[in-house]
Write a protein of this length. Structure first.
Length: 243
């Protein structure tokens, strides 16, 4: 589904079905990884979560580890697909651009009533910065997680320094992923960002919102006005005749 304006419905297509699916594949599998990772600490037994009806499995390390592995397959597959799919299509809109940091400060100031928000394209500057940060976090989690998994399944005698490094990296970026996840949810709670929730769920956002906050993007989607033909046609009877 290509980006386009649905004037009769007052909507604009922001994301296609593939983009919505890959987003939720990463988000939901990431949430499962967060929860099962916490259960493996083991928080479930410590705080009696495993006594809650239906959550007895949360106190079993092997079960939570298996679920963690299954979720990681979806997480890695969706992440790799995202990179390859958008890379092949050369869709670079979410990559950070020069001036994003300053523009993000202007956005924050506008939330506080200390200025006017500048016009934006499809993505906000803070979205691009958050995307870059999340990409680094996800890459670190995947690489360190693969090392830990390889050690658990195939090479228990892996060098201790490598195992410890992978464990520390995985734990640190686990915390960063949790904080980034919460920040992502928190950003959507802000009033100016709430219309984006519809886009995350359906791929479409309100046209009035898009015109107001993303006018540069909408300008690209709207058809160009008819080109001027130059001089107005001569009125009948006023055409010059050959001598």
């Amino acid at each position: 589904m290509t980006q386009r304006i649905l004037t009769e419905r007052g909507l604009v297509v922001r994301h296609g079905l593939i983009e919505v699916v890959e987003h939720w594949a990463v988000a939901l599998s990431g949430l499962v990884l967060l929860v099962t990772g916490l259960f493996e600490l083991p928080l479930a037994k410590r705080y009696y979560i495993n006594t809650v009806p239906g959550l007895a499995w949360s106190g079993d390390y092997v079960t939570t580890l298996q679920i963690h592995y299954l979720a990681s397959v979806v997480f890695i597959a969706a992440s790799v697909f995202h990179v390859l799919y958008h890379g092949i299509l050369r869709e670079w809109g979410l990559l950070p651009q020069r001036g994003d940091l300053g523009a993000s400060v202007a956005v924050i100031k506008s939330f506080l009533g200390l200025g006017k928000e500048p016009p934006f394209h499809k993505y906000l500057p803070e979205q691009r910065l958050a995307y870059a940060g999340m990409a680094v976090i996800i890459a670190a989690l995947i690489v360190s997680g693969l090392v830990k998994t390889y050690k658990n399944l195939y090479a228990p005698d892996l060098p201790l320094w490598l195992v410890l490094t992978a464990t520390w990296v995985h734990n640190i970026f686990f915390v960063l992923f949790l904080l980034a996840f919460l920040a992502h949810i928190g950003a959507l709670v802000l009033r100016p960002n709430r219309p984006m929730i519809r886009g995350i769920l359906t791929g479409k956002v309100d046209l009035a919102y898009a015109r107001h906050r993303h006018p540069l993007w909408i300008a690209e989607l709207e058809p160009a006005p008819p080109a001027e033909t130059g001089a107005a046609p001569e009125a009948e009877g006023e055409r010059e005749t050959s001598p």
